[in-house]
Structure formats: C-alpha cells, structure tokens
Design a binder for this molecule. Sequence first.
Ligand SMILES: Cc1cc2nc3c(=O)[nH]c(=O)nc-3n(C[C@H](O)[C@H](O)[C@H](O)COP(=O)(O)O)c2cc1C
Length: 251
Amino acid sequence: MNETIDTILSHRSIRKFKDEKLTKEQIHTIVQSAQQASTSSFVMAYTIIGITDESKKQALMEVSGQPYVKNNGHLFVFCGDLHRANVLGERAKNADHASITETIESTEQFIVTVIDTALAAQNAVLAAESMGLGACFLGSLRNDINKVNDLLNLPKHVVPLFGLAVGYPDQQPEIKPRPAIETIYHENNYLEDEKQAQFIGEFDKKLKDYYNKRSTNTRIDTWTEQMIRKYSNPQRLDVTPFLHSKQLNKR
Ligand SMILES: Cc1cc2nc3c(=O)[nH]c(=O)nc-3n(C[C@H](O)[C@H](O)[C@H](O)COP(=O)(O)O)c2cc1C
C-alpha cells in the first residue's frame, strides 16, 4: 500500500459540504490534475466549466433536485467537447472540413469524448480527495440535458455529461462495499452466468448488511433489487434526440 492507493480505497461520495469555497489554487490543481489524464490520440475531447454564478447554480440544482449541486465548495460541469476540433478543421486552409465533421459526428468519436471526459473527471476526484476534500459526481444534471445545455451556452458538438461537486466534507459516510473482485475481473473469458449469480448473491448479503448498519439513511435493500428498480424504469430518453441535435453520435 501507499498513499495513492489509500486515497483510492478510501473513496466515498460526499453529499454534504461545509460552507467554505475552494481557493483559486485548489481549483487550479484539480483542473490541472484532470488535464494530465491519458487522452485518446491526445484529442483532449472535453471542457470543464466551473459554475460561480449563484443563479446558474440554483438552476442546475433545480434540474438535479439535489441540494449539494448548490451547497458545495465548487461546482464543475464536465462536457464532452468535439467543437474544439471542428473549429480547427474550419480554420485550417488545407483541411477537408467535411471529412473532419464526418469523423467528429461518428459514434466512435462520441465514445472517445465520453471516455476522455470520464478519465479527466476521475483524476479530478482523486486530486480533490488527496487534498482532504470530498466530491460527488452528478449525473442528475442529465435530468434536463437541454436546459443545462442552454444555461451553459454550449455550442454544437459539446454536451454536458455530468457535474462534480467538490468541497470540505461535512459528513463522514462509511465506505460503500464493492463486490468480490472475481465479479468484475475475469481472466481470458467472460465468467459464466451461474458463477456471476453466485458472486452477486454474496454481494447482495454484504450490501444489505451495510445498508442496515450504516450510520445514516439505513434501509433494507440489495444490489439486485436496486438494479431491477433502476432498469425497469427507462430514464432520460430525451438524451438520444439531444445528442443528435448536437450533431453527435450520428453514424
Ligand atoms: C457518472 C456518475 C454520476 C453520478 N451521479 C450522481 C448523482 O447525480 N447524485 C448522487 O448523489 N450521486 C451520483 N453519483 C455517485 C454514485 O451514486 C456513487 O459513486 C455510487 O453509489 C458508489 O458510492 P461511492 O461513490 O460512495 O463509493 C454518480 C456517480 C457517477 C460515476
């Protein structure tokens, strides 16, 4: 073990923050750490938008329905961004702009932008956590992806993927357990469904115990029940037409 592994294995999402803003230096270090993540073909297909305008924070909180979108040390919105590359193509005299746009609008490049953004964001989280801060990702901003897009004036080829609230923790939640490694790490072949079911059954028991005993928000639940509930309820189906309206993931 070392300090980096300790930080990674101590991760838990923080959803209640002290009323203290991050300094410019802290924000800079977090963003710089995000930027240093690996990036497919060095495309760096993301943009990070810091929200300091309280009225925008309020509006984003209303989209998410989660108070920690407003009450935090700093709010970042992580956007997949292929606009930057498209502008390069537009401006370069010797480039075939039509081909560049065709590339940018493909599913492959959409996958690239989502991966790049997520890698950068996880680096940001680790940087924040290593500084004694806490963080929570906010997929809830996609509850109304069109509204977030309009609030942030995002151009074509840029989409808000998720938010990240960072700040000084005002709670100390227990670390949420994970399933046995064998559930998600398979060697050479995908694991048979029977074995998978066995590992998940064991995890259900472990998670049920965690939910039952944790210091706040105790409940009776298992991972299986959570997933059945989640996938039985199709959500955010407006994201597909939104992506198409942004000229992404088209072919
Ligand atoms: C992309 C992404 C989006 C998430 N969106 C939300 C969210 O909108 N609200 C929230 O409270 N937690 C959100 N989370 C946090 C997860 O619920 C949390 O990571 C998961 O339950 C595991 O708990 P842990 O982070 O405490 O280990 C999100 C996590 C990820 C990776």
